[in-house]
Design a binder for this molecule. Structure first.
Ligand code: BGC
Length: 743
């Protein structure tokens, strides 16, 4: 009795007692909180079954102080967990939403927020605490294998879309992890590559999207990248994580490594990289030993533990939320469908679209029968189904040319079998095997007689761990070109139109073939409902309103980073992320674009480069996209409110069908005292659906400080004085409507 009365129960973790809990934790317990539970299986990186099967990682629980284990899962095109579990027939599929690039193509943050809300609900209802997304790395080069997960070549567009995504997901009371911080722009040797970037390019381009999203939406966590930046691992950089992220931007959240990222655990903790994921015994001991040997202070450890606990107390696990394992996948499929509808980018239309559903449609290309919903790697989602174009068109009432349809169905059955033999059951295939393109010449000729039009889909899939191959992935292949040439010849000879649909995760070459197509629709990787969205756009049920989030140049060689990006190495067997692993943390600088990559183009990424130095090399400019209707814009007016310029433009639908328009506001600086691109995007807005004859006023805000550039010499932001031009435009190369302002 007496002994029991004298025992003081341990306090348990509460939102308001974190300092007390930190003071009660032993060093071993602190290390257990910071170093994750590790991976339970390797079917790719970061697979973990603690908490939720097929999630990416978890933290250790400390039951005596009421600290639960919390669960992280990928992202970013939806939640990634295993769809089946032993001992139950129940399934755990998640909605496969459109890829990041397509979300950005909507130029519609409100819609992206809605997508985030639906995604976050699945995170909550499947018992996960933090979604590992969004990915906001810049599309520096079209061959980066993970561009599909990322939003744009422009940091403002990427930052605003990311903030909306984060707001949406986190409105469910679950977290996000904005990634990969920072300058993670190639997959080759991703663990060891050193990105050599000027501070100006970092501040204005590569960090900027993170900065916008952090300031606007405060993601619960941020994931550091694998690579080095100017000689220091991103996860070991106090400058990046403490000075810039926390002190400068006011980040309130917790920093997580990428899975297995960085090398020196003590340096990571000291830099402010709080959680080491997915964690291993050696990392756990490295942390404890570093403290015991005096190489790491307890103060640094406590700062990270404090931030880890601040994250934990916000999670559903901590709150004891009882999840249903049954989110409303049907409702979320509608959200997916709406987002894909708005992310379609119509690049060309010479009277070919809208078309159908009446008449007969010749449907060609293996991809029409095997749509690509998303990319590979950790960004892939176990979605319940994928609607391909064949099904999408049939559901929308299209009649397909029967002999062609029959041929493709048979051929695809064989190809599906062949692909399965190669890929096996591995859910984490980097180079997913695709059906081989076929040219059914006789059937094409016959269809040109009997059908009213032809639709051909070309597809590209790629993902984490490998960059794209210029020859095989960026360029169309001989059999694809032959399919298009034969179809165009046969159909054009009879005055019938040919539409090409690009089901791609990133830019492909357009120059070699675009003249053969009467219309070109980029449907990206539109998620599980893709075929329905494409069919609705082709028929005109949906009016396309997507805009390119990147420039498409006339040739890869014209890309500003082409001279400083890995190409396929004929003498190397493959081009994977683990290409070079050196003993310890030794850094090797021998092979250009492998050991190190020089960002020689500086801030001149995408349209900033093409618009300033090479406008003739652009096939389709950043921000470009056609509609089935036309819009007229009034003059713009500009006034100042507080520290911002308020720009208004009236948009009127002058065509015959309803549609949405996008106003892109670029600013052209004087460029006398500072080196400045010809123009930079400073704001954008999408209109609501405008009926024919209907108008609306679009309002855009440009904070004065957003016009500043990073002054390398002074080490601070600096605003150039002089005459600026505000340009409301339809794309980066559009003259637009202009106003001069003195600042
Ligand atoms: C990827 C991250 C991902 C993590 C967990 C890493 O390989 O780079 O984007 O979130 O694995 O799966």
């Amino acid at each position: 009795m007496i002994a029991a009365a004298l025992t003081v129960a341990n306090p348990v973790l509460r939102e308001d007692n974190i300092p007390q809990i930190v003071s009660l934790l032993t060093l071993e317990e602190k290390a257990a909180i910071l170093v994750g539970c590790g991976s339970t299986a390797f079917d790719g990186i970061g697979r973990n079954d603690v908490g939720v099967k097929g999630s990416a990682g978890a933290t250790h629980a400390i039951p005596r102080l009421g600290i639960p284990s919390i669960v992280f899962a990928d992202g970013p095109a939806g939640l990634r967990i295993d769809p089946t579990r032993e001992g139950t027939d129940k399934t755990f599929y998640c909605t496969g939403f459109p890829i990041g690039t397509m979300l950005a193509s909507t130029w519609n943050p409100e819609l992206v927020e809605e997508v985030g809300r639906a995604m976050g609900n699945e995170v909550l209802e499947y018992g996960v605490d933090v979604l590992l997304g969004p990915g906001v790395n810049i599309h520096r080069n079209p061959l980066c294998g993970r561009n599909f997960e990322y939003f744009s070549e422009d940091p403002l567009l990427a930052g605003f879309i990311a903030a909306a995504y984060i707001d949406g997901v986190q409105s469910n009371g679950v977290g996000t992890s904005i990634k990969h911080f920072a300058a993670n722009n190639q997959e080759l040797n991703r663990l060891h590559n050193d990105a050599r970037v000027s501070e100006r390019a970092l501040r204005e381009i590569y960090l900027r999207a993170f900065e916008i999203a952090v300031r606007k939406a405060q993601p619960w966590t941020l994931m550091t990248s694998y690579n080095y930046i100017n000689g220091v691992h991103a996860s070991e950089s106090p400058w990046l994580l403490t000075e810039v992220l926390r002190d400068d931007w006011g980040f309130q959240g917790t920093v997580v490594t990428d899975w297995g990222g960085g090398y020196d655990t003590a340096a990571q903790i000291h830099a402010g990289n709080d959680l080491i994921q997915s964690g291993s015994d050696s990392r756990y001991h490295a942390l404890i030993n570093a403290v015991r040997e005096g190489r790491l202070s307890m103060e640094d450890v406590d700062a990270c533990v404090t931030r880890a606990l601040q994250l934990i107390v916000k999670t559903p696990r901590f709150r004891g939320y009882s999840f249903s394992d049954a989110p409303d996948l049907e409702a979320h499929a509608t959200v997916c469908r709406n987002a894909a509808d708005e992310g379609m980018v119509l690049l060309k239309n010479k009277g070919a679209l809208p078309a159908g559903p009446g008449g007969v449609t010749a449907l060609l290309g293996v991809t029409s029968y095997s749509f690509i919903a998303g990319g590979t790697g950790s960004g892939d989602v176990h979605r319940p189904y994928v609607v391909d174009l064949q099904q999408g068109l049939s559901d929308a009432g299209f009649t397909l040319d029967a002999p062609l349809d029959e041929f493709y169905r048979g051929y695809m059955e064989d190809e599906a079998w062949r692909c399965k033999m190669i890929d096996g059951n591995n859910s984490w295939v980097i180079d997913r095997e695709r059906p081989i393109e076929v040219v059914p010449s006789g059937l094409i000729k016959a269809a040109a007689e009997s059908a009213d039009r032809a639709f051909i889909t070309f597809g590209r899939v790629f993902g984490e761990g490998k960059d794209r191959d210029l020859h095989y992935s960026y360029h169309l292949q001989d059999n694809e070109l032959r399919l298009l040439r034969e179809t165009a010849a046969a159909f054009h000879a009879r005055g019938k139109k040919v539409t090409v649909i690009l089901n791609i995760g990133g830019v492909v070459d357009m120059q070699g073939w675009q003249d053969l197509a009467d219309a070109i629709l980029v449907c990206w990787q539109p998620g599980e409902e893709g075929g329905h969205s494409v069919a609705a756009t082709l028929s005109g049920e949906v009016n396309p309103s997507g805009r390119l989030p990147m420039t498409i140049s006339k040739a890869y060689e014209y890309e500003p980073s082409a001279a400083n990006f890995p190409r396929v190495f004929e003498d190397k067997p493959f081009n994977y992320s683990f290409y070079r692993r050196l003993e310890g943390n030794k850094k090797d600088y021998t092979v250009k674009d492998v050991d190190y990559t020089d960002y020689e183009e500086g801030i001149y990424v995408g349209y900033r480069y093409f618009g300033t130095y090479a406008p003739k090399h652009v096939a389709y400019p950043f921000g470009y996209g056609l509609s089935f209707t036309s819009f007229r814009w009034s003059e713009m007016s500009v006034d100042t409110i507080d520290e911002s310029y308020r720009v208004t433009v009236e948009v009127k639908n002058t065509g015959k069908v309803a549609g949405k328009d996008v106003v892109e506001l670029y600013v052209s600086a004087p460029g006398r005292d500072m080196d400045k691109p010809a123009r930079e995007l400073k704001a954008f807005a999408k209109t609501p659906l405008l009926q024919p004859g209907e108008s609306c006023t679009v309002e855009l805000f440009v904070p004065v400080e957003s016009l500043a550039s990073w002054d390398e010499a002074a080490g601070r932001w600096s605003l150039e004085r002089g005459r600026y031009r505000f340009i409301a435009a339809r794309h980066a190369a559009d003259r637009g409507i202009r106003k001069r302002l003195t600042i």
